[in-house]
Design a protein around this ligand. Structure first.
Ligand SMILES: [Fe+2]
Ligand SMILES: [Fe+2]
Length: 396
């Protein structure tokens, strides 16, 4: 998973320059939500209290709707599980990396070739690639998040329930993404691995707050959006790697993007099914998540130095075109089309209001972005130092 942070979208109208998150947690200020600041447990040492966390709402799905997910178990087994790939047909990180079991000289030749290929890639590209890698590496948080969802969680840790089987196997597929990007970055010699590792540790310790309220309707809308956002983001880092003279890295990012696309298909299919069996409930869930804004999973990232690290990373991703507010609006429009939301009938009054909100949102997001761009232009560029690249300065 990957995608603007709550605070950045929330403060969009307050800030003079736009800060976007790469895996968009982007959010027009359409509705005021109550927020509370949380104090990090001292052992976790999260970012220094600059991050707003949503007000805790838990178990918002009415208990009787758990039966819907129970009744969809055989459908999930037939329609969702086949979107996983058998392990022996899956790519593995080592296929893209120098082979360490060969004679040392040959291994070092391959490492040297990797470094030569990446030598023309710019520092700002590495900032974005590192941010994407860190987002992937906080995978324990995402599996935890999905297992907070009522009616689909893995009740035992090895449950044969198809929802639980999907989540475990999805996690196992995703686990290769962070591994591959991390090893590539390590071998490139271009980044400060210790600061990256520290950021990952902080991030997993901090968790995430997507506002899914233990509610699988909200959870699957979130994952549908996020998987597509990561597909877009990795696709763009692939394109930039190719343009920058590193075809192997381009293949790495492109291969990860194609996994994200397959995962997107699964989650989109689940929401599509919910729209079929419970049109109003599903439509309201989509509207609810879009009102809250889809927060990037790594919105609580911190390296021990920069309390605005996520906003800075997001701003670089926006500038390089890796993940932008336009992408956020595009994803929304794509999902509206894919779920045929504009033509949906049989909704209650509440459902129709939710439909109207969702279907009219993308142009509002784009307009907001245009205004933010104009303000940012007047401010001019500024530089930010990133610990991940040895405190070198990058324009945001
Ligand atoms: Fe993903
Ligand atoms: Fe991923």
């Amino acid at each position: 998973m990957q995608f603007l942070c709550i605070s950045s979208l929330q403060s969009l109208t307050m800030q003079s320059s736009l800060v976007l998150s790469p895996l968009p947690a982007f959010i027009p200020p359409l509705k005021t939500t109550a927020f509370r600041r949380i104090r990090p447990p001292s052992a976790v040492a999260a970012p220094p209290l600059t991050t707003n966390i949503r007000q805790a709402v838990t178990h918002s799905m009415p208990p009787e709707k758990v039966d819907i997910f129970k009744s969809l178990e055989s459908w999930a087994a037939e329609s969702v599980l086949p979107l996983l790939k058998p392990v022996d047909q899956c790519w593995q990180p080592t296929e893209f990396l120098p082979t360490s079991s060969q004679p040392f000289d040959q291994f070092t030749d391959e490492v040297r070739a990797l470094r030569d290929r990446s030598s023309d890639l710019l520092d700002d590209y590495f900032v974005v690639l590192v941010g994407d890698m860190i987002t992937e590496d906080a995978l324990p948080t995402y599996q935890t998040m999905i297992n907070t969802l009522d009616g689909v969680r893995d009740e035992t840790g090895a449950s044969p329930n198809p929802w639980a089987m999907w989540t475990r196997a999805w996690t196992a597929e995703e686990n290769r993404h962070g591994d591959l990007l991390r090893t590539y970055l390590y071998l490139s010699g271009r980044v400060d691995m210790k600061m990256i590792e520290r950021t990952v540790q902080y991030l997993i310790g901090s968790g995430m707050d997507p506002g899914t309220e233990n509610n699988p309707y909200l959870g699957f809308v979130y994952t549908s959006f996020q998987e597509r956002a990561t597909f877009v983001s990795h696709g763009n880092t692939a394109r930039l790697a190719k343009d920058g003279g590193d075809p192997v890295l381009a293949r790495i990012c492109g291969t990860i993007a194609s996994d994200e696309k397959r995962h997107e298909n699964a989650y989109v299919k689940i929401v599509e099914k919910l729209l079929e069996v419970d049109p109003t409930g599903a439509m309201m869930a989509i509207a609810d998540m879009m009102r809250k804004k889809i927060t990037m999973p790594a919105h609580l990232m911190y390296d021990g130095q920069d309390p605005s690290l996520f906003e800075h990373f997001s701003a670089v991703a926006q500038r390089l075109g890796v993940y932008t507010v336009d992408d956020y609006a595009d994803i929304l429009e794509y999902l509206i089309g894919r779920w045929k939301l504009e033509k949906m009938e049989g909704l209650t009054g509440e459902g129709r209001r939710a439909q109207e909100f969702v279907c009219g949102l993308a142009p509002r997001i784009r307009k907001l972005q245009e205004r933010a761009d104009e303000r940012a232009k007047k401010m001019g560029p500024r530089g930010v130092k990133f610990s991940w690249i040895f405190n070198k300065e990058v324009r945001v």
